[in-house]
Write a protein that binds this ligand. Sequence first.
Ligand code: TYD
Length: 208
Amino acid sequence: MSGTFISFEGIDGAGKSTHIERLSQAFKAQGKVVTLTREPGGTPLAERLRTMVLNDPMDAMTEALLVFAARRDHIVEVIRPALARGEVVLCDRFTDATFAYQGGGRGFDWGVLERLEQWVQGGDVLLQPHLTIWFDLPPAVAAARLASARVPDKFEAQSGAFFEKVAAAYGRRCASDPQRFARIDANLTPDAVWEQVIASVRIKALLP
Ligand code: TYD
């Protein structure tokens, strides 16, 4: 795989979106072809699964299976082909979100998620992002940001206790793969957050 794969993670309200867009511009300025995508979603089928996962009540295992089904389609149809062409794939959430939300938030079995990860992302080599930028923000701060925003979806409507568990699960994933993760302090001004984002990409020599 010759391309560059970067994922963006964090609890709802952590403020990923503007930085993903800005990073896309930074890669394009270097003449790179960028695929901006998201999970669950990124293909017509996966977007339909996203609508179900974000709106319909279901048990945690069903949720985990649907997000991995969406991920499989996304990998086969979009991510692997783009990487094989040498492009840059910027993905708003990837598998760490499943560990955080279904594993941490909803308490679904961590070991089963690890097996699904091997299955769905396996092949000759396990597909993982080269870099995962984790926007770490205290859940209370994220909740205050979300309160003034839009109508909450199924996850955004969850309690503070839920997001404490999601945040802790992100911490666990980060600790288990520290080379891949860049933890960003998202409780700062947008410019100060951006400085950390761009530094995390440069330190990996993914941008000059
Ligand atoms: P999000 O990425 O925050 O998009 P938006 O900015 O449009 O709200 O929303 C996706 C939601 O899906 C988020 O609450 C986390 C959840 N999610 C899971 O529960 N499991 C997963 O595997 C993924 C990728 C996302």
